[in-house]
Design a protein around this ligand. Sequence first.
Ligand code: B12
Length: 388
Amino acid sequence: MNRALQSLKPNSRILLVEPPFYRFFGYERWHYPITLTLVGTYLEQQGHFVRIFDADKPTPDCRSLTRLEVMDNYPQYEAALSDREHPIWEETLRVIKEFNPDVVGLTSITAKIDSANIIAAMIRRELGRDIIIMLGGAHVQGMLTMHPEYDFGDVYDFVVPRIPEIIRLRPNKKLIMQHETYSAANFSGIMTSTGCPNTCTFCCHSFEKSLVYRNINDIRMELEEIKDRYNGAAPIYIMDDCFFSNTKHFRSVSALLNELQFQFTAGSRIMALTPEKIELFAQQGGIKLLVGVESGSQRILDKVEKRLRIEEIISRTRWLNKAGIPWSAFFVVGFPFETIDDLKRTEELIQKIRPSFVSMNRFTPYPGTQIYKEYFAHKTCSSKIYSN
Ligand code: B12
């Protein structure tokens, strides 16, 4: 067990808090807090009393936004970071006070770290030093990979980069405050495995290299719970990094989804696609596939170690179009070594492969990745700690 977690006194009252982010700018893009639900399930099994407060749960005024609207609205998040009296911070503090925790646990991806820091500083300011505050998540993992001595600030008592094999647990959704108000669609995201055999230089996957698969009976229990308890009619979103890579696992989970009459969406590496798997996916209830193409330039694909040839992209996505399965192609633009010519090649490839949906994403250097090491690590870290 993680040594810091081992040091918690037995039967602690632990409140895990998902820092608010999308809610600040009215975006309803949201899945239940899967990371904290797994962490909470683990801590509950260690004998603690655990609850999860999802401070990012969308309110009724949140709605689906286009990418341009997200860009326009994003400054509202930045404004909230400087506004201590924002109602969302006040609500978060009120819930924490009412719960009266011994320990507060925060999770954070890089985008949310300022929000997590504000909550930690607020607890220190209002509730003193008796409460233990811990921080985990992809940002902590990345920063510590890069800078092992990195100081997250004295608002935190300790940080937890990793709890191995946690993915094998079945997330206990009842730990989430007001879980009964959540719908099947809110709980539609499930992870049946984690890990990736690839080593793309922009991906944070370096943290959890090993492939870990959940037990099929356990996956069945989670799906049945979504169906029975939460009246599951919504399609399931399989959040695995490489759902198609292990054929045996792919077959058994797809068959299970079909047996339970779920439709589903999943991601695949292009090189894991075969005509047989595509056919099986469609037969078993697959309604949409997500694939990471990243670039139409072979030079860029090689540079980011995607281990993918343009010819393979063209031939394998042809199978998808032939099978008539809707598919989204994910691209990254703005690598530090990308040229206009590379971008033109991406545009040409999109015309050629004709995905049903194109997701164009701006490159972000995440700490812990190879590309961050090469191009950004020497720059000064600028994550602010919001002091008392
Ligand atoms: C599922 C998923 C999603 C889901 C989110 C579902 C949800 N509600 O969480 C969706 C599809 C919505 C999504 C969206 C995005 N995601 Co995402 N996502 C993942 C994925 C595949 C799994 C995350 C997960 O739950 N893992 C299982 C948990 C248990 O593991 P973990 O989060 O790593 O946590 C471990 C430790 O950090 C620690 N820990 C974590 N928190 C805490 C807290 C405490 C108190 C303790 C003690 C320990 C602890 O314990 C855990 C076990 O070791 C990861 C990749 C991966 N395989 O990890 C990417 C990943 C987290 N996503 C990433 C990104 C960038 C995004 C987006 C920003 C993409 C975008 N541009 O829009 C958005 C942001 C969404 C948001 N606001 O949270 C990056 C984050 C990189 C970073 N440094 O920030 C990752 C790592 C992908 C990658 N390879 O680069 N994502």
